[in-house]
Design a binder for this molecule. Structure first.
Ligand code: GGG
Length: 351
């Protein structure tokens, strides 16, 4: 049995971490009795600079025939960020209907949190981020460019279907975990879209009587991710709020270099996409010091999604073991001085 994986290293450290991690994943798959057949896709900013587009016109159709997508990172100092995001990552999420973005944040043993007094196991939360609409909707425009009366309009869009899909996914996770869900909005200020969002949460909650729901405004949630992160379990939030909160979740659990994510196409008609939360990090690109573990953990989520849960768990457990080992190499984001390849080599040995 071999799974078809679309591999998009993308930009900056995305390419370095994917190149480093791929042989380890192949070994793991072989030892677990399945194969991974990759389609290497050189999509990204270098392609944009050479050809004027981040991916080919039929790129989305190319992806459709795969079982899953593994993405590195997107972003290049010579290309505006809105071009890279709207040219690659957002069309994939939107056109493959990857409505749910799942981002766990766990403080693992051996990893130092910047928060005083927190140790391994103290923080274990998962954010469900709406992934194809909300504040990321491509609705709006600019008029009167260059004049004093220039105007920019950017509208957020919340559909019942999109909102309910992510809210239901979050309730399902909460029911499986601790029965506790935090709904993050800004419905005091955004009285249309976010009050609608709260209504959907209330409606869906009726199907989950065993789940307690806490409501938080996003400013309070940001504060509490720092002040009392141990009290969160499952969090559901809009596209932008989820994006912001998951960087916060990543850093209070040690590093953006450890944070994995899954963009899930739950209707099953299209592949889901797995990617480290971090971006292309141009400041360290090419130095060989990027932390590969966010990508490794994203692969663990990918394997779990494909139904290869034993292999996914083995990978995730090996990462946890390695981080708990004070003698194991670690990259500078975790206070070490090892390079990407050394961390992957040690993990391969451990597996
Ligand atoms: N690994 C994916 C990546 O490059 N993320 C950077 C980024 O800006 N992401 C925006 C988003 O997730 O909405």
């Amino acid at each position: 049995m071999a799974y078809e994986i679309a591999l998009i290293p993308g930009d900056g450290i995305g390419e370095e971490v994917l190149t480093a991690v791929r042989p380890l994943v192949d070994d793991l798959a072989a030892s677990a009795g399945f194969g991974l057949d990759y389609t290497d896709l050189d999509w990204g900013s270098e392609r944009y600079l050479a050809e004027g587009a981040m991916m080919p016109e039929d790129g989305i159709e190319t992806l459709r025939s795969h079982d899953a997508i593994l993405l590195g990172a997107v972003g290049h100092p010579d290309v505006p960020d809105h071009v890279t995001l709207h040219g690659l990552m957002l069309p994939i999420r939107k056109r493959l209907n990857q409505q749910v973005c799942k981002r766990p944040a766990t403080l693992l043993e051996g990893v130092e949190s910047p928060l005083r007094g927190y140790g391994g196991g103290d923080v274990d939360l998962v954010v469900f981020r709406e992934n194809t609409e909300g504040e990321y909707a491509d609705v709006g425009g600019r008029e009167h460019r260059g004049f004093d009366h220039e105007v920019a309009v950017q509208s957020a869009v919340y559909t019942r279907e999109g909102t309910e899909t992510v809210v239901r996914a979050a309730f399902e996770a909460a029911a499986d975990r601790e029965g506790y869900l935090t709904n993050v909005t800004k419905s005091n200020a955004q009285a249309h879209g976010m009050v609608f969002w709260d209504d959907v949460v209330r409606e869906v909650s009726e199907d989950y009587p065993g789940v307690d729901v806490e409501r938080l405004l996003v400013d309070a949630a940001a504060m509490d991710f720092v002040r009392r992160p141990e009290e969160f379990d499952v969090v559901v939030a809009s596209n932008l709020f989820g994006d912001v909160l998951t960087d916060l979740g990543a850093i209070v659990t040690g590093s953006l270099g450890l944070a994995p994510s899954a963009n899930l196409a739950l209707d099953g008609d299209a592949p889901s996409m797995f990617e480290p939360v971090h971006g292309s990090a141009p400041d360290i690109a090419g130095e060989g010091i990027a932390n590969p573990l966010a990508t490794v953990r994203s692969v663990a989520m990918l394997l779990d999604h494909l139904g290869e849960s034993a292999a996914g768990t083995r990978l995730e457990d090996a990462v946890a073991d390695q981080l708990a080992d004070p003698d194991a190499p670690r990259t500078p984001d975790l206070g070490g001085d090892a390079g990407t390849d050394a961390v992957v080599a040690a993990l391969r040995e451990r597996l």
